[in-house]
Ligand binder design. Structure first.
Ligand code: NAP
Length: 485
């Protein structure tokens, strides 16, 4: 290992597990970059150096030497375990860095941690940038979608470096300065939430087709491959076909049939839902996806419920092709709902935290490198470019037309789910959300009446100004009241 006191590297990476080592290799492969690397335990550093001599890394065993190997302003990307690991490395770097230097956290931090860290580090004069990096290990190596927050000043130095390693979609690098402090990690969190919804919707489509038509996983792989040539074209649809086509070498069965049907998670879906609840934004598609993973992972409850009755009437799909087309449209409409809800959450987060987030730019940087990459994101970008203060993505002309074309099929699929007893929580809750939004009157009026009854929470009237309360336990006359929503 080279120990150096000569500052030669324009960028450094701390943390050389799968993400950090791939990101470091990506950086090193771009013209003009010399990359310094450091890992707490030296084994990972040695492995990276021996496996990739072509990268020309400047490696250090001590973090002091790593810092000395960086040109000023020093820029280091941290790719270590989120949480305590990140705090530990930030502490070390802030003691060694100088004002104007830049610390980038590329891990999956909770955005409120990023806001806290940015505030603390800023007081030292050092820049702190929380950058969401999506695309898993392959993205890190070949080009991720990058969502940096932090100051505009830091982005001046960082922007060109991140642009050089980001995925490219239609000639544009998949990176933009999302907003200040925690904005980047916030947007990355919502990205992951949308990813949960997208995956759940695809899984529901697969289940309905399999149980409705009796097609094999390999045959359904063909269906998804076909869908991938149309408006659903996306990385997730593409890999779904791959997974369904895979045959287990040990048993000769479809791999999907030998995988235990319990879906895990690392927490970003939960964070999205918790955050959206706090913001008052209904992200029902994402929430159903998180809940569906939770339900799947309670085998004891599933065992206890296994003898509960299903539908009494037999259910049969008469026309397989027509049913599959209905499911495709239901998937498309539900997906539009999930994205519309996700963008609502970003807009609400931006309002709450004072971030100036360009929603069209966010949709563009998700077109490449990340897990939800899809053609469809171009239509979202177009919608925000046509109407920058769009109130509801799914009501933008392109999507309103798509919903109009899909909604009858969507309803048939939700009916089929209820009649057959095949669960489709994300399909059905998305349809209820759509119908709730477009309703002239909602039973929220009754809920508000109930609230006024037991808690004197008051109500407004449809026929005039003011706030009112009915004297429910008195003579039930109505009085003027102070708003106590
Ligand atoms: N894996 C993915 O697909 C993916 C995708 C997007 C984002 N991310 C995020 O990227 C980050 C890195 O992920 P990963 O999977 O490559 O690694 P990881 O398993 O999350 O973390 C392991 C790395 O963290 C270091 N580390 C842990 N505690 C430390 C401490 N107290 N001080 C210094 N270093 C410490 C380890 O060093 P030692 O070798 O010394 O133990 C090792 O380099 C995480 O925040 C993760 O959430 C991962």
């Amino acid at each position: 290992m080279t120990e150096t006191t000569t500052a030669k590297a324009n960028i450094g990476v701390v943390g050389l597990a799968v993400m950090g080592s791939n990101l470091a290799r990506n950086l090193a492969s771009r013209d003009g970059n010399t990359v310094a690397v450091y890992n707490r335990s030296v084994e990972k550093t040695n492995t990276l150096l021996s496996e990739h001599p072509e990268a020309g890394f400047i490696a250090s065993e001590k973090i002091e030497d790593f810092v000395a190997s960086l040109q000023k302003p020093r820029t280091a990307i941290i790719m270590v375990q989120a949480g305590k690991g990140t705090d530990a490395v930030i502490d070390q770097l802030t003691q060694l860095f100088e004002p104007g230097d830049i610390i980038v956290d590329g891990g999956n931090a909770l955005f409120t941690d990023t806001i806290r860290r940015e505030k603390a580090v800023r007081e030292t004069g050092i820049n702190f940038v929380g950058a969401g990096i999506s695309g898993g290990e392959e993205g890190a190596l070949k080009g991720p979608s990058i969502m940096p927050g932090g100051s505009a000043e830091a982005y001046e130095t960082l922007g060109p470096i991140l642009s050089s390693i980001a995925a490219v979609a239609e000639g544009e690098p998949c990176v933009t300065h999302v907003g200040t402090d925690g904005a980047g990690h916030f947007v990355k969190m919502i990205h992951n939430g949308i990813e949960y919804a997208d995956m759940q919707l695809i899984a529901e489509a697969y289940d309905l087709i399999r149980r409705g038509t009796g097609k094999s996983p390999a045959e359904i792989a063909d269906v998804f491959a076909e869908w991938n040539r149309g408006e659903l074209e996306s990385y997730l649809i593409e890999i779904t076909a791959e997974v369904l086509r895979q045959v287990d070498a040990k048993t000769g069965k479809p791999l999907v049939d030998v995988i235990v049907d319990q879906a895990g998670s690392k927490g970003t879906g939960v964070w999205t839902v918790q955050t959206a609840l706090n913001l008052g934004v209904p992200v029902s598609g994402i929430a159903e996806a998180v809940f569906a993973r939770g339900l799947s992972s309670h085998p004891e409850q599933r065992e206890a419920a296994s003898d509960l009755p299903g539908p009494s009437d037999a259910w049969r799909v008469e026309d397989h092709d027509a049913f599959i087309e209905d499911v495709r449209l239901a998937l498309y409409a539900s997906k539009i709902v999930a994205y519309s809800q996700g963008f609502d959450a970003i807009a609400a987060g931006a309002d709450e935290h004072g971030w100036n987030i360009d929603l069209g730019a966010v949709s563009k940087i998700w077109r490449g490198g990340c897990i939800i990459r899809a053609q469809f994101l171009n239509r979202i970008a177009d919608s925000y470019s046509d109407v920058p203060d769009l109130k509801l993505l799914l009501a933008a002309p392109y999507f309103a037309e798509a919903m109009a074309g899909a909604q009858d099929a969507w309803r048939r699929v939700v009916v089929a789910s209820a009649q057959s007893g095949i669960p489709a929580p994300a399909f059905s809750s998305s349809l209820s959300y759509y119908d709730g939004l477009r309703a002239d009157r909602l039973p929220a009026a009754l809920v508000q009446g109930q609230r006024d009854f037991f808690g004197a929470h008051t109500y407004k009237r449809v026929d005039g100004e003011g706030t009112f309360h009915t004297l429910w336990s008195g003579d039930r006359s109505e009085i003027q009241a102070t708003d106590s929503h």
